[in-house]
Ligand binder design. Structure first.
Ligand code: MN
Length: 203
């Protein structure tokens, strides 16, 4: 069964004014779709066709040399963007419950967590992602990855938040102003989804 581009769980203009409709249409319908197409082409006729993309990434070392780079880049792109769309929503807000406690325990406060996350997003030279992950022991960690690499290839890490800092994610609206995009992105984080990921990671 081929990998498929998932539908957005909201309208293309639902994240306005923080993320514009045209960026969402292009990012989802062109960039993410291309990762899906390229992943399908790479794994056609192999056993990887029938696996979850995150399961493939967790065992990237089992992918044959001749398609490993394609799977790493396009499988990573498919997994990262799928998580990215689900991480966002029009309502914003702030975390509560165990997730809020976990963030306060790890970083001191939500603002301190955001500052560290934003710094990771800004320090990523070129294209990549910033992440908040839960580690195997339940602790929280922030880091960034280049290109379409991500937490799935880091043993035991569960991504809670992922922010795309490729220029294609913000250039139409923000041009070179990555810091403004990163700061504004917090307005569209769906904390209910993040809390659910945290609960299943530490549960
Ligand atoms: Mn992207």
């Amino acid at each position: 069964m081929a990998f498929e581009l998932p539908s957005l769980p909201y309208a293309f203009d639902a994240l306005e004014p923080w993320i514009d409709e045209q960026t969402m249409r292009t990012h989802h319908g062109k960039h993410h779709a291309t990762y899906v197409d390229n992943l399908n082409n790479a794994v056609a006729g192999t056993a990887f066709e029938d696996m979850e993309v995150t399961a493939i990434l967790k065992k990237l070392y089992t992918v044959p040399d001749e398609i490993r780079a394609a799977v790493r880049n396009n499988g990573g792109g498919h997994a990262n963007h799928t998580l990215f769309w689900e991480t966002m929503g029009p309502n914003g807000g702030a975390p509560s419950g165990p997730l809020a406690d976990g963030i306060a325990g790890a970083f001191g406060s939500l603002d301190d967590c955001k500052s560290s996350f934003n710094a990771a997003a800004m320090a990523r030279f070129g294209s990549g992602w910033a992440w908040l992950v839960a580690r195997l022991d339940g602790s929280l960690l922030i880091y960034s990855t280049p290109n379409q690499d991500g937490p799935y290839t880091q043993t035991g890490d569960t991504p809670l938040l992922g922010l795309d800092v490729w220029e294609h994610a913000y250039y139409l609206k923000y041009q070179n102003r990555r810091a403004e995009y990163v700061e504004n992105w917090w307005n569209v984080v769906n904390w209910d989804v993040v809390a659910a990921r945290y609960a299943s990671a530490v549960g």
